[in-house]
Ligand binder design. Structure first.
Ligand SMILES: NC(=O)c1ccc[n+]([C@@H]2O[C@H](COP(=O)([O-])OP(=O)(O)OC[C@H]3O[C@@H](n4cnc5c(N)ncnc54)[C@H](OP(=O)(O)O)[C@@H]3O)[C@@H](O)[C@H]2O)c1
Length: 278
């Protein structure tokens, strides 16, 4: 049985992945920002740590203490959040926060984990990206940039880590019914009363939001996506792959970018989402 560290276990995919790993008999450490948010995993037998993943030093010292006390076999970089807005609307602070939360956090945790996994000659580092880490989407400029960044980092690292016996991969969900939508920063496009701000982008944002809520109406459940994430992390070596999708819907979405050498397929698809007739 393995020892795993999963970030962001207060809710959603991280919680359900951690619960599934506990159910399978693994020792599971989970991070939350507020201790009380770890109650459900703690009741199931998980070990809870308080961490804001943007704190790179705190992240490294947590990894060191787990690795030194019980060893560390699996790191799942799951914590993340979104931000809605197109380039002109996004304050740089929001863009930077997306990179801190979704990219730099995964880099810091991965570096720390590698310092233990590489010498031990084994380990798995699996990072939750998104279909938005493969297909750029309107009004997700900063979010998709942060997820593309993780994909590039992990894809580059994977062959190098593999040479030392460490598996590095990404896990790409499509829409999953979690608290994610509520946690998405919307200040750039929505006023205090919850309506779309009156600016030149308003009609496009309204159409984008309509399309997004339709996609989330048929979203994968957090239980299903979390179980798929856990199962990828503990895959037998002959089943391991560097890229996983959480569902058939995610496979379909990601495939829109395959062999899209001139970018027209993705551009045509996503332009359609905000076209007047959509
Ligand atoms: N839901 C989707 O449709 C979807 C699709 C593709 C990819 N994803 C990705 O899936 C991952 C999990 O999201 P989810 O859908 O399960 O949403 P969720 O239920 O909102 O879970 C997100 C988790 O990340 C944590 N988190 C956010 N910012 C953090 C920070 N600065 N430090 C520490 N923890 C932080 C949250 O903690 P708090 O409770 O403290 O905020 C929460 O535990 C994310 O990386 C997200 O980008 C989600």
């Amino acid at each position: 049985m393995s020892t795993a560290l999963v970030t962001g276990v207060s809710s959603g995919m991280g919680l359900h992945c951690a619960l599934e790993l506990v159910r399978l008999g693994h020792t599971v450490h989970g991070t939350v920002r507020r201790a009380e948010d770890g109650a459900e995993l703690a009741r199931a037998g998980g070990l809870i740590h308080v961490l804001d993943v943007r704190d790179a030093e705190g992240a490294a010292s947590l990894v060191d203490s787990i690795a030194q006390s019980s060893g560390l076999d699996i790191l799942i970089n799951n914590a993340g959040r979104g931000a809605v807005g197109t380039a002109e609307q996004l304050p740089m602070a929001v863009v930077r926060d997306q990179m801190e939360t979704n990219f730099f956090s995964a880099v810091a945790l991965t570096q720390a984990a590698l310092r233990h996994m590489r010498p031990q000659g084994r380990g798995t580092i699996l990072t939750v990206t998104s279909v938005g880490g493969v297909v750029g989407q309107p009004f997700n400029d900063a979010y998709c940039a942060s997820k593309f960044a993780v994909e590039g980092f992990m894809q580059s690292l994977a062959p190098v880590a593999a040479a030392f016996g460490v598996r590095v991969g990404v896990f790409e969900p499509a829409a999953v019914a979690t608290g994610f939508v509520d946690s998405v920063a919307r200040d750039a496009v929505m006023g205090d009363d919850g309506s779309v701000r009156d600016d030149p982008y308003a009609p496009l944002i309204a159409r984008y939001l309509e399309r997004a809520s339709a996609a989330f109406a048929s979203a994968q459940t957090a239980e299903s996506a979390g179980a798929a994430l856990a199962s990828a992390a503990v895959a037998e070596s002959d089943e391991w792959k560097p890229r996983w999708q959480s569902s058939e819907a995610a496979v379909q979405f990601v495939s829109a970018s395959l062999a899209d050498l001139d970018g027209q397929r993705v551009h045509g698809l996503t332009s359609g989402w905000i076209a007047e007739s959509a």
